[in-house]
Design a protein around this ligand. Structure first.
Ligand code: ZN
Ligand code: ZN
Length: 117
């Protein structure tokens, strides 16, 4: 199964983007993020900022927005957590984070991103 790699392109939230998140009362997950799409995708990267909030960026442009998850379910019931309409494989088909964040992804499915910080 998880034999495909994540892109993991790093990105930093700008001050303006962090203030937007504060204005919607999002907790945020720190300013250092990384793309959670499959490695080798097209121009558009996507990093999870907070439950339901994504930073998408591509050359010369970036957008912070609230997007519904793809939510396609794997055979085991795990749901794809990247935004609907994403490129590449579903999140459950991609390699988990090297430091063993698989448990955190399960927690994230319950609506709380605890444990990353
Ligand atoms: Zn990417
Ligand atoms: Zn998906």
């Amino acid at each position: 199964m998880a034999d495909r790699a994540l892109c993991l392109e790093p990105v930093e939230l700008s001050g303006r983007e962090r203030s937007v998140l504060r204005s919607v009362a999002a907790r945020g997950s720190g300013s250092s993020l990384s793309c959670e799409l499959e490695a080798g995708h097209g121009h558009e990267h996507a990093a999870s900022v907070e439950d339901g909030w994504w930073l998408r960026w591509w050359p010369g442009r970036r957008v912070l927005e609230s997007r519904a998850a793809c939510a396609i379910a794997a055979d085991g019931g795990e749901r794809c957590r990247v935004p609907a309409g994403h490129e590449g494989g579903h999140s459950f088909d991609l390699a988990v984070f090297p430091d063993g964040d698989a448990a955190d992804q399960v927690v994230a499915d319950a609506g709380w991103r605890g444990g990353r910080r």
